[in-house]
Design a binder for this molecule. Structure first.
Ligand code: PLP
Length: 451
């Protein structure tokens, strides 16, 4: 049963592509990139390797997703074994065992009561699925008028029309016109003047949740279907919820019969030192989205966990036949389900949340050691996430961030930038030496950029 890489796959670890033009790259400055391509071709543990073999420490777990590190044989072998047994079977009106097994294993680690798992292929699909389930739930209860969806400024729920509309990032929306009607946004939880250099959760700001009462007063509670937020907003620059904020939001949603949806696409699977952010923050939503760390990103998979009440209400409201007119060809894909099971095994065997918790103090200390570096205006952290915010170069927002990103990569560390915010979210297997290397390289890059 020896598993050997296919020769074509082995070649991709050392070769560079001849044609860069055909691929229209996502969220990328295609013209710049194709003149200055930056590639990784192999991954192992905490590191990527360029086609020439240069090591780049992964400070971002890919895109917040390779929580168990790269090249985990346990996962790739599970995928290969499954491919040899059943490559694909539809999940519309037909089952295959491994998808049920994966759903049951996910339900074991979701917060209590969120035991019903719907499979998707990405965080974006999970976001749109969660919103559609919320709408179907209210309709099933005879409250079809509850169609308003509330998100939050600087929230990111992927790029589907639902997630994009409920998300609060102007830059992601402005090319696409009006988007979904009947969406509203709570203010961001970040108070720049007051939260700078906070370690962990800011003490002040729970009152920002009360803006939901204004929306209720304006539109009527009986028009609002759901509030969707990330427990910690990641991709817009690591915005950590103030103490008590999510509790307040939970109370208000319960009071007004509004479903609370947590987007746990990056906070799930150990990133905050617990299985899900809900656990660390002590608030249980009605619906939760996930993706990324679910399969360690080895193959695409997302999921939505719904409460038993949500599931029962939707399923029992249908007189007969299909209860939810929603699903994807690849929902519960056997290879993804195999990857999820192997990932969940690693998650448990290596106690990845525990590892994240153990190294969090050193991570926090290292992040905040950049406080006196030039142009640093804020540092935020929570769990194994951190952000270092830089003052924008006058008249050139984002340029400083890009330069720091490129300099770090050239010096062997992958960081992520959003404008002038550097975000970090390493694999949870990170050790102290990697922490020092990541923040050391980042400090040098920030200094060089100022000099
Ligand atoms: N939700 C959150 C909180 C995310 O951070 C992301 C991706 O970064 C998504 C949703 C979208 O996930 P995907 O890119 O898999 O569609």
């Amino acid at each position: 049963n020896e598993i050997r890489p296919a020769s074509a796959a082995a070649d991709t670890a050392t070769s560079r592509p001849n044609n860069l033009e055909a691929y229209w790259m996502p969220f990328t400055d295609n013209r710049y990139f194709k003149q200055h391509p930056r590639m990784v071709a192999r991954g192992e543990g905490m590191s990527y390797f360029t086609p020439e073999g240069r090591e780049v420490i992964d400070g971002t777990a890919g895109l917040w997703c390779c929580n168990a590190g790269h090249g985990r044989r346990e996962i790739t072998e599970a995928i290969q074994r499954q491919a040899a047994v059943l490559d694909y079977a539809p999940n519309f009106q037909l089952g295959h065992p491994i998808a049920f097994e994966a759903a049951a294993r996910i339900a074991e680690i979701t917060p209590e009561g969120l035991d019903r798992v719907f499979f998707t292929n990405s965080g974006s699909e999970s976001g749109d699925t969660a919103l559609k389930i919320a709408l179907a739930y209210h309709r099933a209860r005879g409250e079809a008028q509850r169609t308003r969806l509330v998100g939050r400024e600087r929230g990111y729920h992927g790029v589907g029309f639902g997630g994009m509309s409920v998300g609060g990032i102007g830059g992601n929306r402005k090319q696409f016109g009006a988007l979904l009607p009947y969406t509203d946004h709570l203010p961001s939880t970040h108070l720049p003047g007051q939260h700078a250099f906070t370690r962990g959760q800011p003490e002040h700001g729970a009152h920002l949740a009360d803006v939901l009462e204004n929306l209720v007063a304006l539109h009527g509670a009986d028009t609002i279907a759901a509030v969707m937020v990330e427990p910690v907003a990641g991709s817009t620059g690591v915005l950590v919820p103030p103490v008590g904020y999510l509790q307040r939001l939970r109370e208000l949603c319960t009071k007004h019969g509004i479903l609370l949806i947590f987007d746990e696409v990056i906070t799930g699977f150990g990133r905050l030192g617990t299985n899900f952010g809900a656990e660390r923050l002590g608030v249980i939503p009605d619906i939760m989205t996930m993706a990324k760390g679910l399969t360690n990103a080895a193959v695409p998979m997302g999921a939505v966990a719904a409460s038993n009440d949500v599931y029962d209400t939707v399923v029992n409201s249908a007189p007969n036949g299909i209860e939810l007119f929603h699903g994807y060809t690849y929902s519960g894909h056997p290879l993804a389900a195999a990857a999820a099971l192997a990932t969940l095994d690693l998650h448990r065997a290596e106690d990845l949340p525990g590892r994240a918790r153990a190294i969090e103090p050193a991570w926090q200390e290292a992040a905040h050691s950049l406080r006196d570096a030039p142009n640093v205006t804020d540092i935020r952290d929570f769990g194994l996430i951190a952000a270092v915010e830089l003052a924008a170069r006058p008249g050139k927002p984002g340029e400083r961030g890009q330069n720091v990103f490129r300099r770090c990569f050239d010096n062997g560390v992958l960081v992520r930038v959003t404008g002038d915010i550097i975000a970090l979210s390493p694999p949870l297997i990170i050790e102290k030496a990697h922490v020092d290397r990541i923040f050391g390289t980042l400090t040098e890059a920030i200094r060089a950029e100022a000099g």
